[in-house]
Write a protein that binds this ligand. Structure first.
Ligand SMILES: NC(=O)c1ccc[n+]([C@@H]2O[C@H](COP(=O)([O-])OP(=O)(O)OC[C@H]3O[C@@H](n4cnc5c(N)ncnc54)[C@H](OP(=O)(O)O)[C@@H]3O)[C@@H](O)[C@H]2O)c1
Length: 325
């Protein structure tokens, strides 16, 4: 089969279209003829050699897919050959064929394209697990979502808004702020021209917010804690700005803050099945009726994966970058 393989650790140029062996499904697995996959920031780290796949998983990049069931293992229930499915995988989706455990697979709603379906799993799962399961964000609360134009951010804005929370975002682009407002955020802060902590204090009359969803890490840690209300929750979901931070712990103690970390890929299958189920129960019905929607920035052919990575690393995207196979 055709797949994108990385010839070494490095820049986007190491991604090459190659011929590799087609995987074989085990008893609980489906073999999917992949029609679309989507980029995630983690793919760029894996490409650089900084985020290896969990033991036993495909070395091929790609954490989500949509496609058609080509083969199924003996223990599979609820899926037939030819079914259109989508879901989260631990790797292997930048390819013509990929494996998914049937308990992680979801049927694609009839009126959805493969591109739309591939844009959903990683970012809606992540936003649900962090904002709601860990962060317990509720309707009378406020949240600051950093990187509001990211795939995860564009999902989270809509979900938080749907839950009735007041949503603030940061981004490095005024155009992204305008787009984020269309998704339901109240105010956006351009971190390149404004200090986000000062802006949040001004926007909330000094009160701060209940929840911060952070993808930046090091440079934002202390400021994130400073703008949380008493009993506030900080969700550490990414570390794009660095990993080591210093803080006056008194800030956390006095305000009784809670700090959560979250990562999905290395989790045991059982937990990932539960993550899928929580998404199916709460958010899939709202996606099916179009109350919320995945935001697609660009659709590119699989063979242009290297250009797609360049686009993501230039911070050019608002929402998801899709690869069509
Ligand atoms: N823990 C988990 O389970 C999990 C799951 C999925 C994703 N993630 C994490 O979530 C984050 C977003 O992922 P994604 O795939 O949605 O990303 P994405 O679509 O590539 O968006 C990332 C955006 O973040 C902003 N950004 C990048 N570096 C920055 C920096 N140093 N300071 C401030 N802003 C910066 C850029 O937008 P601007 O134009 O605004 O600068 C960029 O477009 C990543 O950190 C990823 O690793 C975590």
């Amino acid at each position: 089969m055709k797949a994108i393989v990385k010839t070494s650790d490095g820049g986007p140029e190491v991604l090459k279209l190659s011929e590799v062996e087609t995987p074989k499904p085990k008893s609980n697995q489906l073999l999917i003829n992949v029609k679309s996959t989507a980029l995630n920031r983690a793919d760029t780290l894996q490409r650089k050699g900084l985020y290896p796949p969990p033991m036993g998983e495909s070395e091929i990049l790609g954490l989500e897919l949509s496609g058609v069931v080509e083969e199924k293992g003996a223990a599979v229930k609820g899926f037939e050959l030819g079914d259109r499915v989508f879901g989260l995988v631990s790797g292997g989706a930048y390819a013509e064929y990929a494996i998914i455990d049937y308990r992680m697979a979801m049927h694609i709603p009839e009126d959805w394209s493969f591109e739309k379906a591939a844009a959903v799993p990683e970012v809606f799962f992540t936003a649900n697990e962090t904002l709601f399961k860990l962060g317990s964000l509720s309707c009378d609360e406020s949240v600051l979502i950093h990187a509001g134009g990211s795939g995860v951010g564009t999902a989270g804005i809509q979900m938080a808004n749907n839950a009735g929370a007041k949503v603030f975002i940061t981004t490095g682009s005024n155009q992204k702020i305008e787009k984020a407002k269309m998704l339901g955020c109240t105010e956006g802060i351009n971190y390149k021209t404004h200090d986000f902590a000062e802006s949040i204090k001004n926007l909330t009359e000094g009160k701060g917010v209940d929840v911060v969803q952070d993808f930046i890490g090091q440079p934002y840690f202390e400021k994130n804690c400073s703008i949380l209300k008493p009993n506030g929750r900080l969700l550490i979901v990414g570390l794009m700005g660095g990993t080591e931070a210093e803080i006056d712990l008194g800030l956390i103690l006095r305000k009784r803050l809670q700090i959560f970390g979250s990562i999905m890929r290395p989790l045991p299958l059982k937990e990932k099945i539960s993550i899928t189920q929580r998404f199916v129960d709460r958010w899939l019905p709202l996606l099916k009726t179009g109350v919320i929607n995945p935001v697609i920035d660009t659709i590119m052919p699989l063979e242009e994966a290297h250009e797609a990575h360049q686009h993501m690393e230039s911070n050019g995207n608002f929402g998801k970058i899709i690869l069509r196979i």
